[in-house]
Design a protein around this ligand. Structure first.
Ligand code: TMP
Length: 213
């Protein structure tokens, strides 16, 4: 198969996205697919520089509009330099977060109206959306305690407080319910192995479906 595929992983802090992305990448490579893994904010060199501005410092370092603009500046750079060329080469691209993160963090929770985020999205990426999204859903307190056990200075969002993270979980579930054919909600409280198998089942079905198109 040389049809490209754009897969994203979403979820709150400490939901286990990195572990599952690595499992999925190995699984797809074992099936002879070519895979590119990226992350947001970040990925390309320029976007990684912007990432540092976003994930370090005090929670109020940026107001929410500036935060959204920086997220989309990073996203555009990552998209045109890494994601688009890889999709054009027929690769499967797996991104740790993408536009749904902005819709949830800066939109539904941060308060930027949906139409403004849509305008920004169209300006930066036109109509690009992932083919498939896995939302790793976990109790926000369990996720936060996992995330906070990591030693890192990238904790600006983790420091935004319990109420914020509770709303993030709720907003992601709302977004998933509005996009049921693209966004698959995965119970991330299960064992790593069980989560992996649940994701593989969905991927296998999807690949089978697009093979016949
Ligand atoms: P990470 O810890 O998953 O790498 O993501 C960094 C933080 O950035 C995370 O708390 C979510 C936040 N974020 C947004 O607020 N909006 C976005 O568009 C993206 C991509 C991430």
């Amino acid at each position: 198969m040389n049809k490209s595929l754009f897969i994203t992983f979403e979820g709150g802090e400490g939901s286990g996205k990195t572990t599952q992305i690595n499992f999925l990448s190995k699984y797809l490579i074992s099936k002879s697919f070519k895979v590119l893994i990226t992350r947001e904010p970040g990925g390309s060199e320029g976007a990684e520089s912007i990432r540092k501005l976003l994930v370090t410092g005090t929670p109020n370092r940026w107001d929410v509009e500036t935060e959204a603009l920086l997220m989309y500046a990073a996203r555009r750079d990552n998209f045109i330099r890494l994601i688009k060329p890889s999709l054009n080469e027929g690769k499967i691209v797996i991104s740790d977060r993408f536009s749904d993160s902005t819709r949830v963090y800066q939109g539904l929770v941060g308060g930027i109206p949906e139409n403004k985020i849509n305008t920004l999205h169209f300006f930066c990426l036109e109509e690009i959306e992932p083919d498939l999204t896995f939302l790793l859903d976990i109790d926000y307190q369990d996720g936060l305690s996992r995330a906070n056990s990591r030693i890192s200075n990238e904790n600006r969002f983790e420091s935004k407080g319990d109420k914020f993270h509770k709303l993030i979980r709720k907003a992601y579930l709302k977004l998933a319910s509005e996009n049921p054919s693209r966004v698959h909600v995965i119970d991330a409280s299960l064992s790593k192995n069980q989560i992996k198998l649940n994701i593989f089942k969905i991927i296998d079905k999807y690949i089978e479906k697009i093979k016949n198109i």
